[in-house]
Design a binder for this molecule. Structure first.
Ligand SMILES: [Fe+2]
Length: 305
């Protein structure tokens, strides 16, 4: 299986998991009344965990383990747990050392103990070998050497892509095989609101930019006509930003670990799809940095199917 961290408690039976586009459909509990708490997913990016829990960066300004611990604590303090947690890459500090992933697992354990499944994508500071070893994960056989996967959660379909090209080199690439898998996977369920997640931010429309996803144009050729794709979620920039492209909502998650600009928040986002499929509410949850927009909620209307 790709990089899923299954719960270590019985609550796992409440979740449907789809791998490689084919649902393995464990039974899911659906709210029977609109008074029931709305299901949501917790979205995180750029945890940059070092093997040393006492490691600080930026002259002692940020301790990555403490920041992820705070985010995990805030998720667990929500009135109801999320149906899933997704972390979109740059899990490790710099180049994906085995000890980084061991520490990451320790920090994520309280979520798993509460029965919350966790799904991971890779960023440019990760390394497939060590994470495969640490998490006993396997790349998707449908996409050679890549960790790509599909998860059903909170009434939406989450398609997680692997944009890691070369370890500790900043550019991202999906590649032809993964893009082909994406198109096929999306075509398998054209009627389910879908959110695509990856680490790298898309290049602007004028063409590839250093540091961004180099095959952005080819990605949008796939996303644009498939109207079930409502949003693209990514990290990488360590900047919190909402935007739109070709009708697809763009959600640039803040980093958990550290920022490059003190005006940026550190934290995670709560994404709550509307039950009628018309959109989603996204809430910023700060654990550090500039907290001015903490708990700010934005309504994201989805483009029509
Ligand atoms: Fe990062």
């Amino acid at each position: 299986m790709p990089i899923h961290l299954p719960p270590t408690s019985r609550r796992s039976f409440l979740h449907g998991l789809a791998v490689g586009g084919a649902s393995t459909a464990l039974p899911r509990l659906r709210a029977s009344s609109f008074d029931a708490p709305a299901p949501y997913v917790a979205l995180l990016a750029d945890t940059h965990i070092d093997a040393d829990p006492g490691k600080f960066v930026h002259n002692g300004a940020h301790n990555m383990s403490n920041n992820l611990r705070a985010a995990v604590g805030d998720i667990l303090a929500q009135p109801t747990p999320p149906e899933a947690v997704a972390i979109v890459g740059d899990l490790a500090l710099k180049n994906g050392q085995p000890g980084d992933y061991a520490q990451l697992l320790k920090l994520l354990a309280p979520l798993r103990e509460r029965g919350i499944p966790i799904h991971l994508t890779l960023g440019n500071h990760d390394d497939r070998g060590p994470i495969r070893e640490a998490l006993k994960a396997q790349a998707d056989p449908a996409v050679e050497g890549r960790f790509a996967t599909v998860v059903d959660a909170a009434g939406a379909r989450l398609v997680l892509l692997d944009s890691l090209d070369k370890v500790d080199e900043v550019d991202g690439v999906l590649g032809e095989a993964q893009r082909g898998w994406l198109a096929k996977t999306l075509d398998a369920k054209p009627d389910v609101p879908t959110v695509v997640l990856m680490h790298h931010h898309p290049s602007p429309t004028e063409g590839p930019r250093p540091g961004a996803l180099q095959d952005t144009a080819a990605l949008f050729d796939i996303l644009r006509p498939r109207k079930q794709v409502k949003a693209l979620v990514f990290g990488h920039t360590h900047v919190w930003r909402l935007d739109e492209r070709d009708g697809v909502r763009l959600v640039n998650l803040p980093a958990v670990a550290y920022h490059f600009d003190a005006r940026q928040p550190l934290g995670w986002c709560r994404l709550e799809p509307a039950r009628d499929g018309s959109g989603a509410t996204i809430e910023l949850r700060c654990v550090g940095g500039d907290r001015t927009k903490d708990r700010e909620r934005d309504e994201l209307s989805w483009r029509g199917a």
